[in-house]
Design a protein. Structure first.
Length: 113
């Protein structure tokens, strides 16, 4: 189980950060609804889009860059109180640096070999 602890910690850090961003949108009155519901639905759409991109499954001339904005529109449309998501974007401007756990994972794996 320790093998994936760094990945689990990175996931928790990203989720916590994105939860704060969505909460800022709710607090600013730009979004409404349960913060964890909004975030889980956005996470699911994002995960699908990035999985399709990484596996070269986007078709008909579509690419990640051309689909990001429409995906954001779809993700947040049911939860928007205003036509744009300016406050949410403003809240997301300062993305925290996540540690690069690649070296730690390599060390952990060599301990188990």
């Amino acid at each position: 189980m320790m093998r994936y602890e760094a990945l689990a910690e990175a996931r928790r850090a990203v989720y916590a950060y994105l939860r704060d961003v969505v909460q800022a949108g709710v607090d600013a009155g730009d979004l409404h609804g349960d913060v964890d519901d909004v975030l889980h639905l956005a996470w699911a759409v994002s995960h699908g889009l990035f999985t399709l991109h990484l596996s070269d499954q986007l078709m008909h001339g579509r690419d990640l860059e051309s689909l990001v904005q429409p995906a954001l529109d779809v993700m947040f449309a049911p939860f928007r109180n205003r036509p744009d998501i300016a406050a949410l974007r403003a809240s997301a401007r300062h993305i925290p640096e996540l540690r690069d756990n690649h070296d730690e994972e390599s060390d952990d794996e060599s301990d188990h070999a």
